[in-house]
Design a protein around this ligand. Structure first.
Ligand code: NAG
Length: 153
């Protein structure tokens, strides 16, 4: 029984750094790809925070963005479920992303591939082929976290 206070003290010291670390606020650090998005006139919230790599050809606008894995995110304001592939590709010019590949949205009981996104004043216009849906850009001011909702595809 004499050892209990010592063990208690040991645990106290072991746990102290962990608990003070846990108290640190988690501030998501946005990648260079997010900064590039804003340079092209888009809000950062189009990309989840888990960007691991990206490359862009400044001449053609061809780009890819790699995430740490494929993931699913609920998009504001109508809570559409979006599925991001591990690699997202497309062609970007100011205010317009075309030939998009790697983002799908769930609606009307099936998945639709987003083919393009346009910035139009205060709005973003999402394109699925010739079908479009308009949402205020301010809904995408924050970069969402993939969280634990990773899918295996
Ligand atoms: C970038 O795009 C231009 C125009 O399409 C092309 O000529 C050039 O080879 C590309 N550069 C790279 C590194 O792919």
């Amino acid at each position: 029984m004499r050892q209990i206070p010592f063990i208690g003290l040991l645990f106290h010291f072991l746990l102290l750094p962990i608990s003070s670390q846990a108290a640190e606020p988690i501030v998501p650090r946005l990648s260079a790809a997010h900064a590039e998005l804003t340079d092209y006139g888009f809000p950062v919230g189009l990309l989840p925070i888990e960007v691991t790599a990206y490359a862009i050809n400044a001449t053609s606008g061809d780009f890819y963005v790699d995430l740490s894995g494929s993931c699913r995110i609920t998009l504001p304001p109508d809570n559409y479920l979006a599925a991001y592939s591990k690699r997202i590709k497309g062609r970007i010019v100011h205010g317009r992303i075309a030939e998009l590949d790697g983002i799908r949205v769930r609606a009307f009981f099936r998945w639709w591939s987003l083919t393009g996104i346009r910035a139009s004043g205060e709005n973003l216009v999402f394109e699925v082929g010739s079908v479009t849906a308009k949402y205020p850009s301010k809904n995408f001011d924050e970069s969402p976290a993939c969280g634990g909702l990773r899918s295996s595809s």
